[in-house]
Write a protein that binds this ligand. Structure first.
Ligand SMILES: Cc1cc2nc3c(=O)[nH]c(=O)nc-3n(C[C@H](O)[C@H](O)[C@H](O)COP(=O)(O)OP(=O)(O)OC[C@H]3O[C@@H](n4cnc5c(N)ncnc54)[C@H](O)[C@@H]3O)c2cc1C
Length: 407
């Protein structure tokens, strides 16, 4: 690698590796330098569910799942005494991020991409000659393009948005070294019961490789429900009690993430962001598949810029917005606002849980066999059905809230 790579990618998580893989497919492996501030395998708080369009995105990028995983052919959705088991259209795999991400880095290297660990991006600046990127090791690089794939706490994003303040979503997780109880094995559990206690999100219990259990909470903050980290940890412990699972006193980690907004800038001249740096799915808090899908769009946009010499990336946000991934993110953002913001959450939860067709549609979104954004007519007819059955469903939901979770 020359001292001046044409493309510097900040972050070697799924987003960074996927952009590198896309550019390698375009014959540019030798022009890329990926920098990550940590050494792999590094810890990454995550449920590890490879939901959504993960399989087709990885296949398109030529990446493979080579680490241990638990295949989940079904999901369970709960609220108080309500429980619905849903067969997935195809199994959703659950991995451990430490090994998954380290193997992705290995795959990038196998493609001929240079990945440097333990060196991050400190800042970047625009000069008359182009871009200057400063690294944590004091190096100054002058690439044609900088990719911010540096996760939820992205430096690139901060600089792009001039450190604009925003309230993050919060995800709390803990991987428990306890055998997954028999009824939780090979099943992804999404439990909304804690919404009655102020949570704006859900509790998940996913079976992890080596018979472990990955548990956590997703919380979408809003003015009335800005729960503290401590309150969320207590809610997590409370939610797990219903499953006979004790939360250890140490090991719970909180993580702020920023939701995707179709109008928030995600690029500027010579700079693009991808993955969590560009914003996470506001409804589920998930983003591994999203990072890979965005990376395909980003890689193609970068390749075109390098060929044309036009580094404006003016249409990048629109390209992401119009791609399947952008349309799904925008729809999920809208659904998240309905479900988690405002006072009518019971109304919307009743629609999701008590209308089998809606629940099924959402399961297809989780297993990636359908594009929810293409199902708008079905969503509108579900809204119409709901307007007719609303009072009865609300009554049923409230009865379920009073009943305890089934063992
Ligand atoms: C608790 C929790 C549970 C989750 N569960 C799920 C789930 O089950 N399924 C799902 O799909 N998604 C889940 N997510 C979201 C998922 O983890 C992210 O969407 C995904 O990791 C995004 O990938 P990324 O490459 O954009 O970011 P990351 O995976 O965060 O990778 C960013 C990389 O950038 C590096 N970096 C940071 N700063 C710099 C810098 N200045 N210079 C260079 N490198 C830098 C980091 O070390 C890191 O390796 C969860 C998130 C959390 C917090």
């Amino acid at each position: 690698m020359s001292s001046s790579p044409r493309i510097v990618i900040a972050g070697a998580g799924p987003a960074g590796v996927a952009v590198a893989a896309r550019l390698a497919q375009r014959g540019r492996a030798g022009e890329i330098l990926v920098l990550d501030r940590y050494h792999f395998p590094r810890d990454k708080p995550c449920g590890g569910g490879l939901t959504g369009h993960m399989d087709p995105a990885m296949a398109e990028l030529g990446l493979r799942l080579r680490v241990p995983y638990v295949a989940c052919p079904e999901a369970v959705v709960r609220f108080g005494g309500f429980e619905r088991r849903i067969a997935m259209g195809k199994s959703v795999d659950v991995i451990r991020r430490g090994e998954f991400d380290a193997d992705l880095v290995a795959q990038a290297r196998e493609l001929g991409v240079e990945v440097v660990e333990g060196e991050g991006i400190a800042s970047y600046e625009h000069t008359e000659e182009g871009l200057r990127v400063h690294t944590s090791q004091g190096r100054v690089l002058t690439p044609d393009v900088l990719v911010g794939a540096d996760g939820a706490a992205s430096r690139v994003r901060k600089q792009l948005l001039f450190n604009k303040k925003a309230t993050p979503h919060r995800l709390f997780m803990c991987e428990l070294s306890v055998p997954a109880p028999a009824h939780l094995r090979n099943t992804m559990t999404y439990d909304f019961s804690l919404m009655s206690r102020g949570l704006r999100g859900y509790l998940w219990l996913f079976p992890a490789p080596e018979d472990r259990l990955n548990v956590g909470l997703m919380h979408y903050p809003n003015a009335g429900h800005a729960l503290s980290g401590r309150a969320l940890t207590e809610l997590l412990a409370e939610g797990l009690e219903g499953y006979g699972v004790a939360l250890p006193s140490a090991g719970v980690r909180g993580w702020p993430v920023w939701g995707y907004h179709p109008k928030t800038p995600i690029s500027e001249a010579r700079v693009v962001t991808v993955g969590d740096a560009a914003g996470i799915d506001g409804l589920t808090g998930e983003g591994i598949a999203i990072a890979m899908e965005q990376a395909i769009v980003a890689g193609d946009a970068i390749d075109e810029a390098l060929r044309s010499g036009d580094y404006g990336f003016r249409s990048y946000r629109k390209r992401i917005r119009r791609a399947t991934v952008g349309r799904e993110l925008a729809l999920d953002r809208w659904l998240a606002k309905l479900l988690y913001e405002g006072s009518r959450w019971q109304d919307w939860l009743a629609l999701v849980l008590l209308d089998d067709k809606v629940l099924d549609m959402y399961a297809r979104r989780v297993d990636g066999t359908e594009v929810l954004a293409d199902q708008k007519l079905r969503l509108y007819s579900a809204l119409w059905r709901h307007s007719l059955r609303r009072s009865r469903r609300l009554k049923t939901l409230r009865q379920h809230a009073l009943a305890s979770a089934p063992e």
